[in-house]
Write a protein that binds this ligand. Structure first.
Ligand SMILES: [Zn+2]
Length: 112
């Protein structure tokens, strides 16, 4: 049995693990999971299967760079179309913006 590269102590065991991206489960895939630190490794060929599922569910590669613009006295952030589609966003929806750190913020939809 292989030893975990991450913690150097645990053993990697074969498990079926659900792959979740943007809160959407893509199904279970074979992985090696450390019995100590839970480090999870997917084999290369498994990644292709995950990628196929992600593309099918429309969640592949939707993270995109965008720029901060201006709108009157405020700044605005253009939300790329794939993200708009994934979240089902519409103009006029109410959102809450809150900082999560010095270089990170979160936008949560409060009305639908
Ligand atoms: Zn480990």
């Amino acid at each position: 049995m292989e030893t975990c590269d991450e913690c150097k102590k645990g053993k990697l065991r074969k498990k079926s693990v659900e792959y979740v991206i943007y809160g959407k489960g893509l199904g279970n895939f074979p992985a090696l999971v450390c019995d100590r630190c839970n480090e999870t490794l997917f084999a290369g060929e498994t990644f292709f299967a995950i990628e196929r599922q992600a593309k099918q569910k429309g969640v592949w590669g939707i993270a995109a760079k965008t720029r901060i613009g201006t709108s009157g006295n405020s700044l605005d952030v253009k939300i790329p179309k794939p993200v708009v589609d994934f979240l089902g966003l519409r103009k006029g929806q109410e959102v809450v913006i809150e900082p999560l750190g010095e270089k990170k913020f979160q936008v949560s939809v409060v009305s639908s």
